[in-house]
Structures are given as C-alpha cells and as structure tokens.
Design a protein around this ligand. Structure first.
Ligand SMILES: [Mg+2]
Length: 318
C-alpha cells in the first residue's frame, strides 16, 4: 500500500492532529497506558513517585527552520524544544538520543555546525547525548531528539479547577521573526513552579495560546481571557502593524513561544503570588491573563463574556 494518497478525505490532513492522535491511541490499544504515564502531557511520566520523564521532538527543514537559520541555531532549537517540555513538567533534563534522516547531499559542514550547536545547548543544561540513529532520506531533512529527565513532583496538564488563575511567563507572539530559534527554555521557572506545592498544572506554549490553553482546561470548563493583560512580544506588535490584526491576536495564534502556561488555584491571592514571583530576578516575568470558568464555551473575552472568534493556533496536518 502506498503511504500517500491523492484523496484528501482519506488523508491525515483531513483529520488534523487531535483526531490522528486519538486514532493512534485507539490502534495502540493496551500498549498505550493512561496519562500521565501514557500520552497527553508534555512528557510521559514513566514511574511515580520516582518521576522519570521521557519526551521526543523533531525539527524539519522547510518547516521548523530554513536556510536562513544558522545550523548551530538549528541544533540548539532541537535541544531547546525538548528542554521546554521537560521545563513544562518542572523537571531536570538528563540523557538524549539524536536521530537524523538526511539526504546524501547534506553538507557535512552544516551537520558539524548543527551538532556543535546541539552540544553547546546540551552542555549548558547538563544533558548527555548517549546515542542515536542515522538514516538516508530522499529529500527531507528531519532531526529528532529523545530526551529523558526527572521531576520529583511532575506538573501535569490535568487537575485544573474552575476559578483557577491562568498565568503565563514571558511575552507571546511574533516568534517567527526570530525568537523561534533563539528562545531560552524555561527550566528554572518550571523547577520553581514544581517547588511551590500550590502549583500542580502547567504546560509549555508551542502551538499558540489559543490552541494550547484548552489542553489545560478541565473537562466542561472554558477560560475567560483579559486580552489587555496578555503580555505582547515586541515582534507581535511589529507584526500586527503589517497584518492589520490586533497584537493580542498574534500573541494568541502565532505559536512557537516556548513560554510556560500554568494555573494558580483560586484560593491563592494572585496579586501576592505574582508580586513574589516577579520580585525574583531568576524568573522570567509572569502575568495573569484570565481564569478558568465553569461551562464549556471555550475561550471568552472577559470584557463582554463573548467567545473569541477567529483565533486558532498551529494545525500540524493542515
Ligand atoms: Mg509541550
């Protein structure tokens, strides 16, 4: 059977990522344990209470980077994307495997610089690269990194409650202007969150806040967003001047922010919590952008309670 089809209705593009993932989970059957050991979080939590973490991520030429991105930055980005998933669980990274599918025409000078960029990022974060695999591909250049880590108390996507404050680190939007390969994974922030027993729910923002936030909401809940509070990256403001869309739209939809998104329980004074967090110079600034609300109306504007229209993040198979 040919893996590709000319019939769109029979393709994974017609399904989209969420439906494909649900189908894969179904086909795996009892090979796929329930979350958080199995699929559904930023990392798999292999055992509890030991808290060993496992995650994998790829970068693809033409999709996640192009010829304008220095090869060392490609290697760093591959490491940083995986580190961001470890950060989202409040973990420490440990060991990595590197797999590459490369055309024979790939310049070895490019590979050298890419691997050196990967190694520099690994060294900075105490990661040991312990093996991998190489394969020759016809045209596509795909690099995949598998990373292990450890978290004494892993932060999960599940466990949110109505009334929880929604908080994000850093600034959002416009990452395609360059931040997508020059970001710092929020490992220190993830560890600090995991050290605060009041915080249990977190993820990293990779596909855009509008796509990722619903993954953090408990079943039957929506989110009320204060659009004026959403922290805007300068690049989002600059991009908005050209697209005519509001800068907050770019902050919600652009993706590749690699910031941490987390919930602070309603019983915690969010003003006091943020004041303490933001007074610590080791942390990227955190901003409260809304709260979890009962009732499944998706993302609503806190000013008028109406659903946000025309917001969506990155769809992997469109
Ligand atoms: Mg993630």
């Amino acid at each position: 059977m040919h893996p590709l089809t000319g019939d769109h209705a029979q393709s994974i593009g017609a399904w989209g990522e969420l439906r494909l993932l649900a189908a894969i989970r179904h086909w795996l059957g009892d090979c796929a344990p329930p979350n958080p050991v199995g699929m559904g979080d930023d990392c798999a939590v292999l055992d509890r209470p030991a808290g060993n973490l496992l995650t994998v991520d790829s970068v693809i030429f033409g999709r996640h980077f192009d010829a304008d991105v220095p090869p060392a930055a490609v290697g760093a980005k591959l490491m940083h994307r995986n580190l961001s998933d470890i950060a989202a669980m409040g973990g420490e990274p440990r060991f990595a495997l590197l797999a590459g599918a490369l055309p024979a025409a790939t310049a070895h000078a490019w590979v050298a610089a890419m691997v050196q960029g990967l190694a520099a990022a690994a060294r900075q974060h105490g990661v040991l690269i312990v093996g991998g695999d190489l394969a020759q591909s016809a045209t596509d250049l795909v690099l995949t990194l598998t990373l292990t880590g450890h978290a004494a108390r892993p932060l999960l996507r599940s466990g949110g409650q109505p009334g929880d404050h929604i908080v994000v680190t850093g600034q959002l939007g416009g990452s395609r202007a360059g931040r997508h390969y020059a970001f710092e994974p929020r490992l220190a922030e993830g560890r600090a969150l995991a050290a605060d027993p009041r915080i249990t729910v977190a993820m990293d923002v990779t596909d855009g806040l509008a796509t990722d936030l619903p993954k953090l909401l408990p079943a039957g809940c929506g989110a009320e967003l204060d659009l004026a509070a959403v922290p805007l990256a300068d690049a989002a403001v600059a991009l908005a001047a050209g697209t005519g869309k509001p800068a907050w739209w770019h902050a919600l939809c652009d993706g590749e922010d690699y910031e941490l998104l987390f919930l602070v329980p309603a019983a915690v004074s969010i003003t006091g919590w943020l004041a303490a967090w933001n007074a610590d110079p080791r942390h990227a600034a955190a901003t409260c952008i809304g709260r979890v609300v009962a009732g499944g109306r998706g993302l609503v504007d806190s000013r008028d309670g109406l659903p946000l229209r025309g917001v969506g993040g990155y769809e992997h198979f469109s």
